[in-house]
Write a protein that binds this ligand. Structure first.
Ligand code: HEC
Length: 116
C-alpha cells in the first residue's frame, strides 16, 4: 500500500519535471520574443511585431512620448547584422532591459529576429 502511494507520488513529481523541461525547450523563437518577460516587459513590448513602441524614458523606465531614447524598429535587421552582432545586441537588451533570455534560447531568438 505504502509502496503504491510512493510510486504514484514519484510518477506525479517525475511528470511535473518533464513537463516543465519540455515547456521550456519547446518555446519557439516567436514565443521567446513575446513571452519571456522582465520587469519592463518582453522584447515584443518595446518592439511589437518587430516595429517600435515609440520612445523609452530611461529615467522613469517606461515607454513615453517624451522619452529620451527612440526604440528602433527591428524589421529587416537580419539583412544588416550578422548572428554574432545580433547576439551581442540581445545580451545588451538582457542586461539593460532585464529580459531574462536564457543562453539556450539565444539561437532560436536570433533566428526569429533575423527573419522579421
Ligand atoms: C524596455 C524596452 C526594450 C526592451 C524590453 C527590448 N528592447 Fe531592444 N531596444 C530598445 C532600445 C531603446 C534600443 C536602442 C538601443 C539602446 O537602448 O541601447 C533597442 C535596440 C535593439 C536592437 C538594435 C536595433 C538596431 O537597429 O541596431 C535590437 C536588434 C533589439 N533591440 C532587439 C531586442 C530583443 C530581441 C529584445 C528582447 C530580448 C529587446 N530588444 C528588448 C528597447 C527595448
Amino acid at each position: 500500500m505504502i509502496k503504491t502511494i510512493f510510486l504514484i507520488w514519484f510518477l506525479i513529481i517525475f511528470m511535473a519535471f518533464t513537463q516543465a523541461y519540455f515547456a521550456e525547450s519547446t518555446l519557439s523563437g516567436k514565443d521567446i520574443f513575446s513571452k519571456v518577460k522582465g520587469p519592463y516587459g518582453t522584447c515584443n513590448t518595446c518592439h511589437p511585431g518587430g516595429s517600435s513602441a515609440g520612445r523609452w524614458d530611461s529615467e522613469a523606465k517606461e515607454i513615453s512620448d517624451d522619452g529620451d531614447k527612440k526604440i528602433p524598429e527591428i524589421k529587416g535587421i537580419g539583412k544588416k547584422k550578422s548572428p554574432e552582432q545580433l547576439e551581442k545586441i540581445i545580451v545588451l537588451m538582457r542586461n539593460k532591459y532585464k529580459v531574462p533570455i536564457q543562453d539556450d534560447q539565444m539561437k532560436m531568438l536570433i533566428d526569429y529576429i533575423s527573419n522579421l
